[in-house]
Design a protein around this ligand. Structure first.
Ligand SMILES: NC(=O)c1ccc[n+]([C@@H]2O[C@H](COP(=O)([O-])OP(=O)(O)OC[C@H]3O[C@@H](n4cnc5c(N)ncnc54)[C@H](O)[C@@H]3O)[C@@H](O)[C@H]2O)c1
Length: 255
């Protein structure tokens, strides 16, 4: 299988280095808007070539995006129109309902798939299972240090409580986690997001609370930053690698 990677930053590097060791991956095609980034990554790999984005889409069987929302808007449809599978990390780009639905329809028409890794949260498997029936309520509580939220506060303070759609507008750095949970569960308008600044917090944490006929779900993760980009959680890279392994593996685990 030939893998194309758009975006050679922190996540792109982690995924490319892992994929380079996978037997099933025969070749890697790299593209970054900053040529030095793709060249630096290429030097670390054994199976990679730097190409234009047009060639990347043409030559790859599956395309992995770890670039930006803008890159998704520019390239996602082109990938799917060619019948190639697409893994998207910049999930915030799917906030626009019309755009998201159009990509889904394009994938269906061209017999390919769009994968959204669970990224920096855990518990998405439970939310997916539960939503096969009905989920009555989903809340995401994101806790960060006041510094990480750009605030000077000395005691634990709830900065925001409202819909995921509103939260994404007011706290765009939290966009991927809230978007992921909303798409997996009850949507951007019904999912409640709470953003908390806590001076005691050392790491960014995300807690999912949900209930419905299935029972109650409570899942929490405290994330370590990616060594190459403190703004990204290392778990996001690992979830991307796990998604790739899931595509390659004949045994599928999880919802
Ligand atoms: N789903 C999640 O939970 C999750 C978690 C962390 C990050 N992300 C998202 O994943 C993406 C990558 O994160 P990262 O930490 O690797 O970021 P990064 O800044 O380390 O790397 C991004 C790379 O993409 C390149 N790039 C930007 N726009 C591009 C374009 N239009 N075409 C080609 N290359 C482009 C940049 O030059 C950079 O090298 C970001 O959009 C981030 O928001 C998602």
């Amino acid at each position: 299988m030939r893998l194309g990677i758009i975006g050679c930053g922190a996540i792109g590097n982690d995924v490319a280095e892992a994929a380079d060791t996978f037997e099933e991956i025969t070749h890697l095609y790299l593209y970054d808007i900053i040529p030095e980034k793709q060249d630096q990554l290429c030097k670390k790999l054994t199976k990679a070539t730097c190409v234009s984005v047009k060639d990347l889409i043409e030559k790859s069987d599956i395309v992995f995006e770890a670039a930006s929302q803008q890159a998704v808007c520019l390239f996602a449809e082109k990938v799917l129109l060619k019948g190639k599978d697409l893994i998207i990390m910049s999930i915030g780009s799917l906030l626009d309902d019309t755009f998201r639905e159009r990509l889904g329809q394009t994938a269906q028409k061209h017999h390919c798939k769009m994968y959204l890794p669970s990224g920096a949260v855990c518990g998405i498997d439970g939310i997916l299972s539960a939503s096969s029936d009905r989920i009555d309520k989903v809340t995401l509580v994101t806790t960060k240090s006041p510094k990480a939220l750009g605030k000077k506060i000395e005691k634990r303070t709830v900065l925001f409580r409202g819909s995921a759609r509103e939260a994404i507008k007011k706290f765009p750095k939290n966009i991927n986690v809230a978007a992921n949970l909303s798409i997996a569960g009850i949507g951007f308008d019904k999912t409640i997001v709470e953003i908390v600044a806590d001076p005691v917090a050392i790491r960014n944490s995300h807690k999912i609370l949900a209930h419905g006929p299935f029972g109650r779900l409570r899942a929490e993760v405290e994330n370590m930053p990616n060594p190459n980009n403190p703004g990204s959680s290392y778990l996001a890279s690992l979830s991307a690698i796990a998604t790739l392994k899931r595509i390659l593996n004949p045994i599928q685990i999880g919802a």
